[in-house]
Design a protein around this ligand. Structure first.
Ligand code: GSH
Length: 203
């Protein structure tokens, strides 16, 4: 399995998942504007040219929620996701989708591009408040978005890592700040971040 990534992008969640479940994967760094090590343009793997992307045999998957669910299904049951068809599984899917659409794309994307007007930034920050309030209520008094660690937590951590860069005052949500700090001590997260930090600094 090949996993295409950009250091500290949302694809960090896939590395955390692989580390957590001790799976085998080859990580291939995507350098914007450059060909892949095998000589192909990244668009040959992922037509939208975004990470994460997963390639295995003849199959290519994109979209973080799908790639993460695929990885979760390779792992032993319960390590990265609850068993299929259980209520907990649907709760995990709910949070994965919430992080992808309402948090990552809905608020962090407009906050992290220099192309956003001040009006667009203000709007995104306003939306962020409601969404962070909800996450904060969900994580108050519990370690994970659902009853046990799942790929939804890995995705949320990858996104919360961007707060400082995006100008999001995470201190306003002490539950989220504490959750992020604790997650950053989880061995799989420590290993994933330690691998990507030098790549981020070199980029
Ligand atoms: N719809 C995609 C969006 C993924 C996405 O936005 N990826 C960003 C990194 S977080 C990316 O690769 N952007 C292209 C770039 O930075 O060059 C998904 O849900 O996975």
């Amino acid at each position: 399995m090949k996993l295409y990534f950009i250091p500290f992008a949302c694809s960090l969640a896939t590395r955390i998942a692989v580390e957590e479940a001790e799976l085998e994967a080859e990580f291939i760094q995507v350098l914007p504007g450059q060909l892949l090590p095998d000589g192909r343009p990244f668009s040959a793997v992922s037509p939208m040219e975004y990470v994460p992307a997963l390639e295995t045999g003849g199959t290519v998957l994109s979209e973080g929620t799908v790639v993460l669910t695929y990885i979760a299904d390779l792992a032993a049951e319960g390590v990265l996701a609850p068993a299929p068809y259980t209520e907990a599984r649907y709760q995990m899917m709910r949070w994965l989708n919430f992080v992808a659409t309402e948090v990552h794309k809905g608020v962090f994307s407009p906050l992290m591009t220099s192309k956003s007007s001040q009006g667009a930034r203000d709007w995104a920050l306003g939306m962020l408040h409601k969404r962070f309030d909800l996450l904060s209520r969900q994580l108050e008094g519990q370690d994970y978005l659902i009853g046990s660690f799942s790929v939804a937590d890995a995705y949320l951590l990858a996104v919360l890592n961007w707060c400082e860069h995006a100008g999001v005052p995470i201190k306003t949500w002490p539950v989220l700040e504490a959750w992020r700090a604790k997650m950053r001590t989880r061995p799989s997260v420590v290993r994933a971040m330690a691998t990507e930090m030098p790549l981020l600094q070199a980029a």
